[in-house]
Each structure stands twice: as structure tokens, then as C-alpha cells.
Design a protein around this ligand. Structure first.
Ligand code: FES
Length: 259
């Protein structure tokens, strides 16, 4: 983990409320892994005070790519950063996805949750691993960014007419029936994880990891503001783990989700 000054190299809108930023940050790029995040400072005025956690959506040489959605004052401030602005960063943070298992992988992204999976997908393909990527979105808001790095992504759209898949989980059941999947990696809303857990209940040998989005204050393990209830395998009692240190990636079977 390092605190550094990054330099904004691009920052532009790709769809309604969705932006792609690239930041020159060689020190962070050297050790970043898929599933890691950075804390990004919003300026020197202390308003908003807290740094924002942002998933690393890709690394291209010395540059971090950050795909983000404007949802409040912090991300609105980020959308105003200009090329050549300096920005204070801490990272890479968090545990990252566990890709030690061999076999085929399925990546499942819900909306802006595709962000960390882009980095993971490219990493798996570079290692020669078999990976498939399915995404759910409202309409076509992420088409440009997804087409930019792969044509092999299957998409479910909420506005799909008639019998087309509307949710990413509509794509999941037939894939599991027709293919041998060894690993599943997901990032999206919590209700998507609940649905995935239900659909995968009969496939107990699949290793499934999820990226959990939690409000973070310190981002480095000090405030306990981001805890996630987890029941470790073979244990009756649950423990609270910090999404910013022990996460944000967790095994789906261990996380106690709000059903
Ligand atoms: Fe403070 Fe995780 S945000 S402990």
C-alpha cells in the first residue's frame, strides 16, 4: 500500500452518469491485482472530507483505469477532474480475487459492477485460462466500454423486448446446465448475489467469490465502519470482517447476506 500523487490522463463520460478515468500511477500499477481498490482524494478543501474507494477496473502499463458511476457529491467531484490534474491516491488496497484454482471461470457483472471484472477477465485470458463473461445492465450504457476490450461478452438488458434475458441471472442457469464451470467471480448488487447463491445451490463444487460494496470511512482497517458478517467453513458462530482489509472479495458461501 502506497500513498502517491497520480496524474489524471483522461476522464470522460461514456454514458449517463458513467465515466472512465485513467490515472498515471506507476507505483500502484506495479502491484495491483484484480479485485483491489484505491482511495482517491477529492481535493484539498476537506469537503467532501473522505477519500472515495474505487475499484481498479484495469491496469495498462503505468496507468490505472477507473470506471465509475456518479452517485453523489464525491463522484460528481471526480467527474470534474481535468487532464494533468494531480490527485492523491492510496493503494492498492484489499485482498483481490483468488485465481489459484485452475479450470473454467465465469465472471458475472451487474451494472457498474463490471468494473473490477474487466481487469480480472483480461488477467485470466492472458494466463491462458478459460473464462466467460456475462453482464446485466439496464439498457446499453456499458456497450462502448465492453466492446472496447472483448466481443465475447453476453449481455442481459432490463429493457430487452419480450423473451430476451432481462437479468444476468437469467443467463446463469442455462450456462450451468450446459457447461462445466469451476469458478465464478461476481460483482454487482447484493440481491444479485442472493439470486446467484440460490441458482448455484445444486453446484456445490463451484468456487464462488463476490466483491462486496460497503461504505468506507478510513479504508485501511482502523474504523470498523465496513464490517461484513461472515461464517467461516465449519464454524457455527459468525465473525465481522473488514471489507477494506479482509475483503472486499469474499467466498459467497461464507458471507451472511441480507436475503
Ligand atoms: Fe475503516 Fe474499513 S473503512 S475499517
Amino acid at each position: 500500500m502506497k500513498q502517491i500523487q497520480g496524474i489524471i490522463k483522461s476522464n470522460y463520460k461514456i454514458a449517463d452518469h458513467i465515466y472512465l478515468m485513467t490515472i498515471k500511477a506507476p507505483e500502484i500499477c506495479k502491484t495491483a491485482r484484480p479485485g483491489n481498490f484505491i482511495l482517491i482524494s477529492l481535493g484539498t478543501t476537506y469537503d467532501p472530507l473522505l477519500r472515495r474507494p474505487m475499484s481498479i477496473s484495469n491496469v495498462k502499463g503505468d496507468h490505472l483505469c477507473i470506471l465509475y458511476q456518479v452517485v453523489g457529491r464525491g463522484t460528481a467531484r471526480m467527474s470534474q477532474f481535468k487532464v494533468d490534474d494531480e490527485v492523491n491516491l492510496i493503494g492498492p488496497l484489499g485482498n483481490g480475487f483468488n485465481t489459484d484454482n485452475s479450470g473454467s471461470s465465469l465472471l458475472i457483472g451487474g451494472g457498474i459492477g463490471v468494473a473490477p471484472l474487466i481487469f480480472l477477465y483480461e488477467g485470466l485470458l492472458k494466463k491462458g485460462r478459460q473464462a466467460r463473461f456475462i453482464v446485466g445492465m439496464k439498457a446499453n450504457e456499458l456497450d462502448d466500454i465492453l466492446a472496447g476490450f472483448s466481443n465475447d461478452i453476453e449481455i442481459a438488458r432490463e429493457n430487452s423486448p419480450n423473451d430476451g434475458p432481462k437479468l444476468v441471472t437469467d443467463l446463469l442457469a442455462p450456462i450451468l446446465k450446459e457447461n462445466k464451470i469451476d469458478n465464478i467471480y461476481c460483482c454487482g448488487p447484493e440481491q444479485m448475489y442472493v439470486a446467484i447463491k440460490r441458482i448455484c445451490a445444486d453446484y456445490t463444487d463451484i468456487f464462488i467469490q463476490i466483491s462486496l460494496d460497503r461504505h468506507m470511512a478510513c479504508g485501511v482497517g482502523a474504523c470498523m465502519g465496513c464490517v461484513v458478517p461472515v461464517r467461516k467453513k465449519g464454524r457455527k458462530e459468525s465473525v465481522n470482517l473488514r471489507a477494506c482489509v479482509e475483503g472486499p472479495i469474499f467466498d459467497l458461501e461464507e458471507v451472511i447476506l441480507d436475503a
